[in-house]
Design a protein around this ligand. Structure first.
Ligand SMILES: Cc1cc2nc3c(=O)[nH]c(=O)nc-3n(C[C@H](O)[C@H](O)[C@H](O)COP(=O)(O)O)c2cc1C
Length: 203
């Protein structure tokens, strides 16, 4: 394998604004194929915690409506109501939405013996999400990982068709579609600010 391909993919991947996605979207069959690949991520105890919800436009609209209601709160603040209205319209327009959740049964023998499994399962799901983002990038599909807390809405589990609302939490709402955007450069901390090597600590 050419190592430059993966390096370039990682460096090129950027969050794109869903409001600027084109109307057309990749087929669900394409996304299904990418999910199948992305699932091959490290997973302590092989618990396979990730669940995927690939939504059609009707469900996207339902989820968008619920998010609008979450943002609007109890309706007493007109600014929040307006913000909720706008968010609802923005979300309803996205051509594609894949929700990734993490299902860890907290009453299981494994979790009782090893509570760290809860975090480890979440870590696995995050690895899968990054795999997905890179696969999207390779296919020319733009994406935004969102954690807009739509799951705070009591009707969210039903609207999503969640497998197990008690033990499942949302890891990512992946909005996807085609897009011509070129996001501005992203600056990072200098590597030496975040990397310590044995040489330095020895000195
Ligand atoms: C766990 C997680 C949650 C995120 N949630 C949001 C979000 O709710 N809204 C948003 O605009 N971007 C969200 N993002 C995208 C980040 O803001 C974005 O990755 C960051 O600005 C760096 O930009 P880049 O992805 O282009 O490198 C999220 C990213 C991650 C990893």
């Amino acid at each position: 394998m050419d190592p430059h391909l993966l390096k370039n993919l990682i460096l090129r991947r950027r969050t794109r604004k869903p409001a600027l996605f084109e109307d057309s979207s990749p087929t669900q069959e394409t996304i299904r194929g990418l999910i199948e690949i992305a699932r091959h991520a490290p997973n302590h105890h092989r618990t396979e915690p990730a669940r995927f919800y690939l939504l059609d436009s009707r469900r996207i609209e339902q989820i968008a409506k619920l998010y609008g209601e979450v943002v609007a709160g109890d309706g007493s603040d007109p600014q929040l109501v307006e913000r909720g209205r706008k968010k609802s319209i923005e979300w309803a327009k996205v051509p594609g939405l894949l929700v990734v959740t993490c299902l860890t049964d907290r009453t299981s023998d494994l979790v009782r013996k090893k509570p760290a499994v809860i975090e480890e399962d979440y870590a696995t799901c995050c690895c899968i999400c990054q795999n997905l983002l890179l696969l999207f990038e390779a296919e020319g599909i733009a994406c935004k990982w969102s954690t807009g807390p739509v799951w705070e809405h009591p009707r969210f589990p039903d609207a999503l068709g969640m497998e197990n609302a008690t033990h499942e939490r949302v890891v990512a709402l992946l909005f996807y579609g085609y897009s011509q955007q070129t996001p501005p450069n992203r600056s990072m901390l200098p590597l030496d600010r975040v990397l310590r090597t044995n040489e330095e600590s020895a000195g």
